[in-house]
Design a protein around this ligand. Structure first.
Ligand code: KE4
Length: 428
């Protein structure tokens, strides 16, 4: 990395664990020190040493309009002039809530929080209260944030660091989380038979992004819906990544499945800290102060984040960019596949809306186990070759890639050129 980044990283490691505020940012999986960012401009990040990167991380999916979109900057700047936080209700919270309810039909009520983790943590508490049951079913490789109940065979940073789960999670709590393989309906039905009367909820990334990109098999999501209807467990779609990213109504809109609860993050906040959980009125009306399920937050619904979220969602609802974003994602996957073939490397990948991904394996990749068959060394060398040429892809095979409305045809052409040369010297 450049001199200024190295210097900052040296200081950071003295005062911040691992020098970063979220593990994946440390670039551990690709064996280099991280670059430090000076600013973002549209589709690009510029680091503190002045190097420019075409960015396909986009703050892990939040920036569907790209960095520093003028409309978002104006809205946040204007809101800041009236105060950063009040700890009291504002019209902006109502406006963003009405937008979410309008765009996602399964959501009657929504509560804003400050992160995806807060959203999913609150959603399972609510499901446990509504059903009077304790067990949670999740899927290997899916990541739902770092609340204790989810750090069991999780994806994203947990998988990147090769952690089977996390120390500090009491066994008594971890035992309440059951984990089966994504896309394995037989395993779901077995859990339903053995534990169905104790199951509070099934939580799933409807399109997995935290084991790399893995779409659902044709019957999988409908099978989850049926199993939940039969057992009385609530179906929770964790759409923190897919919400407003794979389509106007997220993955549930793409696949026509109505979950009982939905969690949101990233895009809904326009790059500022916003998470949300919402769904059926009869469930959500248990949330305090309407009901007894406690959930709270000093900065929940704060005016700066609401301004960014409203601006980004209104822009999306008006311009409807998802088909174009998906075409761009498919172009990038095809470019990687063609370049890899010259080195005898197999690629399995795909795109949905503005989310895309690739695995260096012949595939098909239907589960976390399939994803782990990909060659990590080929991934590392491919990632580093692209980064050296100014293309910043997610630094872990257990992350999804993102494209934004700010990525131009020239950016995509430049990226494909870099990808085309990235396999020289990468023997399969
Ligand atoms: P946050 O608490 O990081 O806002 O959201 C947690 C979360 C919940 N659900 C899904 C489907 C998610 O993808 C996430 C967070 N995603 C990761 C990237 N894969 C965040 C990046 C990071 O941990 O730094």
């Amino acid at each position: 990395m450049g001199e200024q980044s190295e210097r900052l990283f040296g200081r950071a490691t003295q005062v911040i664990p691992g020098g970063v505020n979220s593990p994946v940012r440390a670039f551990r999986s690709v064996g280099i020190d991280p670059f430090f960012v000076d600013r973002g401009e549209g589709a690009r990040l510029i680091d503190v040493d002045g190097k420019s990167y075409i960015d396909y991380v986009m703050s892990w999916g939040a920036l569907i309009l790209g960095h520093a979109h003028p409309a978002v900057v104006r809205a946040v700047t204007e809101a800041a002039g009236r105060g950063a936080s009040y700890g009291a209700p504002t019209g902006q919270e109502v406006e963003l809530a009405e937008l979410v309810v309008d765009m996602i039909p399964s959501i009657d009520r929504v509560r804003f929080v400050n992160s995806g983790t807060e959203a999913t943590m609150s959603a399972i508490r609510l499901a446990r209260a509504f059903t009077g049951r304790d067990l949670v079913l999740k899927f290997a490789g899916c990541y739902h944030g770092h609340a204790d109940s989810f750090l069991v065979q999780a994806g994203s940073g947990v998988a990147t660091l090769g952690l089977p789960d996390s120390p500090g999670v009491p066994a008594a709590l971890a035992e309440l989380t059951l984990t089966v393989s994504f896309n394995d309906l037989d395993a779901v039905r077995r859990v339903a038979r053995e534990h169905g009367d104790r199951l509070a909820c099934v939580i799933v990334e409807p399109v997995v992004g935290n084991a790399g990109f893995i779409p659902p098999a044709d019957d999988f999501l409908a099978g989850l819906r049926q199993s939940c209807d039969e057992t009385g467990a609530l179906l929770i779609f964790d759409e923190v990544m897919t919400g407003f990213r794979v389509g106007p109504a997220g993955a549930q809109g793409r696949f026509g499945i109505r979950p009982d609860l939905t969690t949101l993050g990233k895009v809904v906040g326009g790059g500022l800290p916003v998470g949300a959980f919402g769904g059926r009125a009869d469930v959500m009306d248990l949330v305090a102060p309407a009901g007894p399920v406690y959930q709270a937050g000093t900065l929940s619904g704060n005016p700066l984040a609401m301004a960014a979220g409203i601006t980004q969602l209104l822009y999306l609802r008006e311009t409807r960019p998802w088909d174009a974003l998906e075409r761009h994602g498919r172009m990038l996957v095809e470019g990687i596949r063609e370049a890899a073939a010259t080195a005898g490397v197999d690629v399995w990948g795909g795109a949905l809306g503005g989310m895309w991904g690739y695995h260096f394996t012949a595939g098909p990749v239907r589960s976390f186990d399939d994803a782990r068959r990909a060659d990590p060394d080929v991934f590392r060398r491919f990632f580093l070759a692209c980064l050296a040429e100014g293309v910043y892809l997610p630094q872990s095979p257990y992350e999804a890639c993102f494209v934004s409305t700010a990525h131009t045809g020239a950016d995509l052409a430049e990226t494909l050129g870099v990808v085309g040369g990235a396999f020289q010297g990468v023997a399969a």
